[in-house]
Design a protein around this ligand. Sequence first.
Ligand SMILES: [Fe+2]
Length: 284
Amino acid sequence: MMQPTAKPYLLAHITDLHIKAGGKLSYRRVDTADALRQCIDALHALPQRPDIAVVTGDLVDFGTEEEYRFLRAMLDSLLIPVRLMPGNHDSREALRRVFPDHRYLFEAGDGEAPIHYRIDAGPLTLIAFDCTVPRQSGGRVDPDALPWLEAALAAAADRPTLLMLHHPPFHTGIGHMDEQGLENAALLEAVVRRHPQVERVLCGHLHRHIVRRFGGTIAMTAPGPAHQVALDLDPRAASRFRMEPPGYLLHWWHPEHGLVTHAAAIGEHGPAYPFFDAQGKLID
Ligand SMILES: [Fe+2]
């Protein structure tokens, strides 16, 4: 039975914002600022306001301080507390400089040091494990960082935990993205397998929703709020993106039903229509 004080908890997982400064388009085509604005509108329009939002990297496009200042101004309009982590397009140093009040960013160091952190979010524990390599597209699990992760997981042994990293720890079949995948994923998998409270491994990088089992749990990437990496499972697929419907993931934690993940769309899709008429009959 559900405890009388226990209630659902809602976490919005957004990723790969690729914000540029001053209205500049990404790849001369994508208005990522407008995409983030629409994403924020979609979150605010939900019938249930998420308790927290996380962004799993590629916050900005070229890692400049100007881009982070632009992002910061945009996030000021978000009515949900947000937690950030870097992706391969980010600069840890510039991110920390523009978000000094986000103290969790400094848990594992300052400047260019990796941005690992563990925070409690309602009934959940969020662990960000920074596997980015400065000035490199691919990610790497640093064996020297694993004791930190092991300790962070051990400290949250009795709490449902979401492990966040930018690069998914599995091959997706999209060849050009797998070439810039995650090195040493097997080392990470062995650690995750020892901690069954890990409900999800949440990732970005792919700009589309992909799911795979990993270390006894479920790993997934979230869709992007702007452009999506083209769905082409040829190992020699060209590196391309498409303006497919944008989205994000909404993770609903319920004390009785566990963690349930919904893929949510961004954009104008009209009102919610009834299935049944006023007499309770299915509309024919
Ligand atoms: Fe990205």
